[in-house]
Every structure is written in structure tokens, then in C-alpha cells.
Design a protein around this ligand. Sequence first.
Ligand SMILES: Cc1cc2nc3c(=O)[nH]c(=O)nc-3n(C[C@H](O)[C@H](O)[C@H](O)COP(=O)(O)O)c2cc1C
Length: 394
Amino acid sequence: MFKPLKLRRITLPDRIIRAATFENMADAEGVPTAKFSELYTKLAAGGARSIITGFNHTSREGRAMQHFQAGIDDSRKIEAWRQIIADVKSAYPETRLMIQISHTGRQTIGQATRTPVKGASPIKCTYFRQRVTPLTTDEVKEKVDEYIRAAKNAQTAGFDGIQIHCAHGYLIHQFMSPFTNNRADEYGNDRLLFLRQIVEGVKAAVTLPVFLKISAADDRQRGLSLPLVMSYWPVIDSLEADAIEISYGMMEVAFNIIRGDHPLDPVLKHNRLFNRYHPALRWLFKHFVYHWYKRSFIDYCDLYNLENAAKIKAISKTPILVTGGIRKKSQIDYIINQRGLDGVTLSRPFVCEPDFINRLAADGEVISRCTSCNLCTVMCDSRQPLRCYQGPAR
Ligand SMILES: Cc1cc2nc3c(=O)[nH]c(=O)nc-3n(C[C@H](O)[C@H](O)[C@H](O)COP(=O)(O)O)c2cc1C
């Protein structure tokens, strides 16, 4: 796990990567603040050599509903990111910083984007409950250009790589899935065209390594399933990404992306989709609707994406990383040395213990202190920056 990972356009110092984890640390316009420098420097000091940022919007229309998401769509953001990268690298020059770029599509609210919510097709997300206007064919081409511009901006800012977010129900996932893409134009006839144009355009525009994150399946019957994603694989492979991270799910059932506890009270208090309702309605939700809703939740277990990732690895020419429920040193060893995956990405263990990698270097078994209580996740919907709530602020 501590051996370098040689990829097409980059060699990562080891095989344990900090997964994209939303930080809620930008200002209200999406300009990242110095809090990012503090967080990434702390992770680098704790042994993390490869860090993927939380999702950054490629345009205002692609913003998430949370208050303080960062973006990479204008010069102020480029300058702010340049400073953050300089801060981290002045202390830890060997750190590799990759930016995750994303467009939310139908998975946002008009209050955050200040424009109508648009997606591949006019299919409402049951979580966000927004009216969705389908993108015209010309607008889809503009979206492709936005990703390419974001990648160029990332290169100007000095990032070491780009991860294109194709997972979790965001815009690229919406085009890939038959559940959210029933378009009649070329982007409906070929559900991978949007992804292809973005990756090919990004690779032509920048010299940076390109990573993808893909949901191997989601929670919708006509959505992404492992067989469908595997049938897509020859095309995805032909894009020659540096590595592809395998994840799960979409925001329709958001907890299935991460699994673990469902801390309902903070959701009802802080989440913008719930806290606007009268307390009586929230009480009803908690005591009645939630019990019906939670039937869609999948229980947490360690390594919950490993079997899907291993099946994809068996047919993939592109290196494969896996995310989800990796909590022990022996598990990382098993994933890499026995299951043959190329690397792992961890999110919540780093929220809980920024020095988790330094701990992994010790002899014997090492177990993350993260209990997947998911307070870090649901509190991202508040105005608080990312942190662990299991104990005192770290
Ligand atoms: C607080 C929080 C924020 C997250 N933000 C993102 C994100 O911005 N982009 C992304 O692709 N995944 C995001 N994820 C998912 C993680 O990258 C990861 O795939 C998932 O949490 C499973 O890994 P874990 O069990 O190590 O936490 C987030 C997860 C958490 C807990």
C-alpha cells in the first residue's frame, strides 16, 4: 500500500488516496478560503500524499445546494486555489492535489443556482423535488465546454490532476443512466456521448492526469446497474483515464452512497430541503414518513463497493480504485494484494483522523476510529465547515 502507483500521466507516491470530501469551506460565492490550506496541510502532515478535493462546481448552474461549495469557474477561484496549493506544497512538496469537478444537474435547488434547475431529462429527483428543465442540445454542448474550461482553470491554478465526477447522480451520471436520460437527440441515442466529449475535450485541453469516479450501480430499477456499467466499460476504457474510482448510488437515496447511521435530527434542523418546513411537518416526517423512506436504505458493511469494483477490475484496462467502508489496514492490504485493485480511497476515516496514514505505517493491525455516525456528512448541510463530531473538534 505504500508502493508508488504508476499511472499513465502521473505516479502517485502510494496507493491510499483521500477521497473527494465536501468541505463547506468556500465563501458564499464559491471562492475557496484559507480553511482549505489548513485542512489539506493537516492531512499532508498526517501522511496523506494524494488528496482529492471535494466537488467543485464548473459553473453557477452546477452548484450544490450547500452554502459554501467551492468552484473553479472564474479567475478569483483560480487565484484562491493557487494560493492554497502553494501553502500546502510549501510545507509538503510531495503532496499531489487533485481537484474534483462536477455539475449538479437536477441534484440541486434553484435557491443555490439562482437559475432554473436543468438536467438531462425533465425527471424530478425525489430528494431535491425541483422542477427539472431538460438541457437543449446546444446547452449540452455548452456544459461540455464548461467542464473543459474548469479543467483548464485547474491546470492554471497548479493542481496535479483532475477527477471528473461521473458518480452519485450528478450531471454525467444523469446522462449515463436510462432512468434520467430519455432524450431524443444524439445524447439520448448514445448515453456515453456526454462523458466521452468531456473526457476527450479535457484531455485535449490539459496535460494533467484525468481520473473518473463512477457509480457501479444506483438505487433505481431503470438506473445504472453493474451489468449496464460493465457493458459500458469498453467505451469507458477507451477514454484512457489514469484511474477510475468505483463508488455507488445517487442522491435519490443519498445515504446509500456512504452507508452507516442516519442522524435524522440534524438533517431536519440543518438541511435546506427540510428546515424550511413547519416544525409540525418535520415531526410528522420523523415519526411517520421516515420509517417508510428508510426501507430504501442499505445497511453499512465494511468494503461495501469492493465486489462491484473487483468485477469491473477483471474486465478493465484502466487502473481501478475503490471507495467505501475501508476501515482497517488489513483490508487495504487485502484489496490491493489479494483482490488486485490498484488503490483505495478513504473519506470519513480522514475526517475523523487526519493522521490516519501515519498510523497505518505502524506495525500490526490499525483500525480507523470512524464509526460512520455520519454527523460529518449531514452537518455539511449546515453552515459549519467539515469536521468530525464523534469527539471534540479536531
Ligand atoms: C462528508 C462527506 C462529503 C463527501 N463529499 C463528496 C464529494 O464532494 N464528492 C464525491 O465524489 N464523494 C463525496 N463523498 C463520498 C466519499 O468520497 C466516499 O466515496 C464515501 O464516503 C465512501 O468512503 P468512506 O467509507 O471512506 O467514507 C463524501 C462523503 C462524506 C462522508
